[in-house]
Design a protein around this ligand. Structure first.
Ligand code: AQP
Length: 328
């Protein structure tokens, strides 16, 4: 049976890029595999966080995942720092990884520029922690957005290096990249990916945004010159609106373009997109309000999730220890 592991950082409110690029696939794939979903709070620490805000965000993110349809009866949902083996395996992997490999990671290059002057070791070592997350559970498939593909390649490489040096401890995971909604860009700048941690009220559409906020963000989305509604890399604004439409409506590129063939301009597309997003996100928003009224239950579910995965993580960490020759 396939084992699916995926993580999400509690670094800000969940947006439609996270939802269409990752969470929706997690939800629909729950019956087909062993599912392990992790709130990667230790990853969140690679950039400065306010402790109280981080704690609140962990609970909010867990509640959003449950509201989106992650079912604790089918899937394991837990918080990374509740299972100590993640940190332990990261150290062992750091002793097989090369500095050059980590320095080539696109996300590191981008985020280290933002931390100019004081780049933290954790930001550099981040892919090792991600590799540990995946390898601990003998994961076969990692459903991720396009932006994370490089980290999965690195995870495979580290597993191969380790296995070659110490014997076959790790299972090699495959990335599972969804065709639709693979990459949603910022509404304020369609050349940059939509991110939780980017400031500005018109950058992202958050899944919990009230309809009025969704309307304002979509209507203010940056567009390009020209009126034709078609996917074109030279026109990132309209391409992004179509990408969001395709993800929310489940249509192909050709269907989306055909749908808007008679549109009089971007205004028509935006108006339809507002209605579609408000309706698509409505059940999630409503379920969230119910779950958020009982945070103790969400917390209990997270503890039960950690208890359930800990023995798997322990077994892998012990196998790695034995193979490397450490321990008493
Ligand atoms: N814009 C996006 N389009 C499609 N998928 C996306 N993902 C993130 N942004 C987009 C996917 O969402 C999952 C969870 O992401 P994450 O929390 O692990 O980290 P991230 O990729 O760094 O997400 P953000 O929103 O950009 O957060 P910050 O601002 O904290 O860095 C992943 O599967 C990711 O591919």
């Amino acid at each position: 049976r396939p084992v699916v592991f995926s993580g999400i950082q509690p670094t800000g409110s969940i947006h439609i890029g996270n939802y269409f690029g990752a969470i929706k696939q997690w939800v629909t794939g729950q019956d087909d595999a062993e599912n392990i979903f992790c709130l990667v709070d230790m990853h969140a620490l690679t950039v400065p966080q306010d402790p109280a805000a981080l704690r609140a965000q962990i609970l909010e993110t867990a509640t959003v995942l449950l509201a989106a349809g992650i079912d604790p009866a089918k899937s394991r949902l837990f918080v990374q720092s509740d299972v100590r083996e993640h940190g332990e395996l990261t150290w062992y992997l750091s002793c097989v990884a090369a500095m050059g490999q980590l320095g080539r990671m696109t996300q590191y290059k981008e985020k280290s520029e933002a931390q100019r002057g004081e780049v933290r070791v954790g930001l550099f070592a981040y892919p090792l922690l991600m590799a540990a997350d995946i390898l601990l559970y003998r994961t076969t498939h990692v459903p991720v957005g396009e932006d994370q593909k490089q980290h999965i390649e690195l995870t495979r490489d580290l597993a191969q290096r380790f296995n070659a040096a110490y014997g076959g401890v790790f299972v090699l995971p495959e990335p599972a990249i969804p065709a639709a909604g693979a990459r949603i860009m910022g509404l304020d700048d369609p050349t940059k990916k939509m991110s939780k941690s980017v400031a500005g009220s018109y950058h992202a559409i958050r899944v919990l945004d009230p309809p009025e906020q969704i309307r304002k963000a979509v209507m203010s989305a940056q567009t390009d010159s020209g009126r034709e509604i078609r996917i074109d890399p030279a026109r990132p604004g309209v391409t992004n609106l179509l990408a969001i439409y395709m993800a929310a409506s489940g249509t192909s590129a050709a269907e989306a373009e055909a749908h808007f063939a008679g549109a009089r301009g971007y205004g028509d597309v935006k108006k339809e997109l507002v209605d579609l997003l408000v309706e698509t996100l409505r059940p999630l928003r409503e379920r969230y309000a119910e779950l958020a009224a009982d945070p103790a239950t969400v917390h209990e579910l997270l503890c039960a999730g950690a208890d359930a995965v800990r023995p798997i993580a322990r077994a892998t960490a012990d196998a790695a220890k034995r193979a490397m020759g450490v321990g008493s």
